[in-house]
Design a protein around this ligand. Structure first.
Ligand SMILES: Cc1cc2nc3c(=O)[nH]c(=O)nc-3n(C[C@H](O)[C@H](O)[C@H](O)COP(=O)(O)O)c2cc1C
Ligand code: SF4
Ligand code: SF4
Length: 309
């Protein structure tokens, strides 16, 4: 998958590469005093050896013909324009990132989408497996088709709850789930029943599920490949978050589409419309676009109760 070489002309034999290696015994010191890759089977292609070598003596390339070769983001020396932005600046950047639900009628440049995807591909993943596939939708007709299938799915689900008994049952379930709220159960139930009775379960057609955004990004993972299946959903969230932050840096807005994720996981038709392989698990969905919102602040968050020990 990855071929690595060590240029002995440049190498000083410091063995930092071996120290940082994720798995012991991938690299060992040879009798000539230089490191050697002696157990390639254990290499997870994390690239730490490449990234740490002070002499830049290690080359790290994906073998042609592999999937990775098609998607790999190139490596580069670390070069900061000046130095890291201050923590407060990074804080403001992070905290002011909003899930945008109003998008301008303006297309997103392909180069920007590519940069967002590159950021996602650079996200860490369990065992560096990078078990992710990216689907990019920019065709308005396709996005509209997906949105209409999503609506159809939720309409069918919600219609199941459109009887007085189902509404009472839903109100009770929601009330039971909120037992930590400090509000007595009967009060919770009455309030929730009022909500479910008023809710329009029959048709949600006026809701714009995909918010009029110009780009829909879907991330899946292969159910049949890899050793870290239990981590992949988390890997997808990390990748998406890298993409969201890069999008913001490029002047774009974004929002996770959790409701679409639910629908994608349940409705075969949506996967078919997206041309997603049957061996792939429906993971994350998010939209990108230019914001039609003028944010003036960021809201408080809480409760925060870290348990120091
Ligand atoms: C996994 C996940 C799924 C989400 N799904 C939706 C969604 O379907 N629709 C939506 O409008 N917002 C969605 N959001 C956005 C949340 O509502 C939002 O993060 C939260 O209200 C906090 O606002 P902020 O992201 O602007 O700080 C989702 C967020 C996450 C993390
Ligand atoms: S880190 Fe670089 S210089 Fe040091 S031993 Fe490894 S390859 Fe050689
Ligand atoms: S790529 Fe990672 S696992 Fe492979 S030899 Fe280098 S440091 Fe070790």
């Amino acid at each position: 998958m990855v071929s690595k070489t060590i240029d002995k002309e440049k190498c000083t034999g410091c063995m930092l590469c071996e120290e940082i290696c994720a798995n012991s015994h991938v690299m060992t010191k040879g009798e000539d005093g230089y490191p050697a890759f002696t157990n390639e089977m254990m290499c997870i292609a994390c690239g730490h050896c490449f990234a740490i070598c002070p002499e830049r003596a290690i080359t790290f390339t994906f073998s042609p013909g592999t999937d990775q070769a098609e998607v790999v983001a190139p490596g580069a020396p670390i070069q900061y324009p000046n130095e890291f932005p201050a923590a407060d600046t990074i804080g403001t950047f992070l905290f002011s990132t909003r899930s945008d639900r109003l998008y301008a009628d303006k297309p997103v440049e392909k180069e920007k989408i590519e940069k967002v995807i590159e950021a996602m591909m650079r996200a860490p993943s369990a065992g560096n497996e990078q078990n992710k596939h990216y689907y990019v939708f920019t065709d308005p007709a396709k996005i509209a088709e997906i949105e209409s299938l999503q609506k159809a799915y939720f309409r069918a689900v919600l219609n199941k709850y459109n009887s007085p008994l189902a509404k009472r049952s839903a109100a009770l379930t929601i009330s039971m789930n909120a037992k930590g709220s400090g509000v007595p159960l009967w009060t919770r139930y009455k309030n929730n029943l009022a909500l479910t009775n008023n809710a329009s379960f029959s048709d949600n057609s006026s809701v714009s599920y995909l918010k009029g955004a110009k780009v829909l990004l879907v991330i899946t993972h292969d159910k049949k490949k890899g050793m870290h299946q239990s981590f992949y959903q988390g890997d997808i969230r990390i990748a998406g978050t890298y993409g969201i932050l890069m999008a913001k840096a490029l002047g774009l807005a974004s929002c996770w589409m959790g409701l679409l994720e639910i629908a994608m996981g349940k409705s075969k038709k949506i996967g078919e419309a997206m041309h997603i392989g049957s061996h792939e698990s429906m993971g994350g969905a998010l939209v990108l676009g230019y914001s039609d919102t003028q944010w003036v602040g960021y809201p408080p968050r809480g409760p925060v109760t870290p348990k120091w020990q």
